[in-house]
Design a protein around this ligand. Sequence first.
Ligand code: GLU
Length: 333
Amino acid sequence: MHYLRRMVFCLLIITGAAASSAVAGEDDILTVLTRVYQTVKDNDAGKVADYIPALQKADPKNYGIVLATVDGDLYKQGDTGVEFAIESISKVFTLALALEDSGEDVILKNVGAYQTGLPFNSIIAADIRAIPLQNPLVNAGAIITTSYIQGTDSDNKWCRTLDFISLFAGRKLVVMKDVCESEMATNQHNRALSWQAKSSGLLQGDPDDAVVRYTKACSVGITCEDLAKMGVILANYGVDPLSGKHIISADKVEFILSMMLISGLYDSSGPWLLKVGVPGKSGVGGGILAVVPGKFALAVFSPPLDEFGNSVRGVQTAELLAGELGLHLLKSH
Ligand code: GLU
């Protein structure tokens, strides 16, 4: 029996809900997702991101959940085909490419693997915490990481990045032009971080080029279904369960998932680790990804954000599913 079906079957046996069912199937997994979806959907707390003007256009009612298993199954609820900007979740995949191109030592030496304890785009963190006391999932660290993606020129570096992110989604992704233009017009803060990193000798090449490619990566459009497919490759230690293709090595996946545990939900990574207990990554476009190694990926899309920049319904969905399915990596029973 597939892992997830077995898990849900056990769960339903325990709760008595499926006492008469000999084999739990897709319906049971969908039952759990539907229950969580119904519980969460009317939570209208949070606020759609507005510091990037184009993101304000997102519909706060949108809410989708996709669970993709390492067996290649996909379970969906709600608005799973709506396009949204990947935003910070792109940092996971640019890190993957930078690791392929430049290796772990370069990233650790120039970026680090530390929680900053400060907001994701903090200039102060990059200054008083004396970078490289950062990590690749906060803005300064992600921009430095982007600078270690190799290529013959800026275009080539960007094409390689987009192709690589697309490889995870299993389809050709494109940049959301309006989001990219809006973000380029308002990303002075990120440019400051990039130049600051350059002045500290940590960023390779042209700081403006690094921030442009970082911004384009954040503006890539994905759906909740794409995000689940991208995440399940990490859950499956680098192999795409659908195509069988080897996308990235297992040791790099270990590095990436560790970073997601350290800082995937920024300064609320601690509460996330306590309540959900698996590597996660959020983006201000409303996407959120949870990876359960060896088992499945959970993607949620819902634009209203909490004060930390994480999707309110996304966090609630992950917490409820973690409780229902017993996901915490350190769980003893
Ligand atoms: N592009 C966004 C920024 O640089 C990403 C932030 C996020 O999704 O958390 O501010």
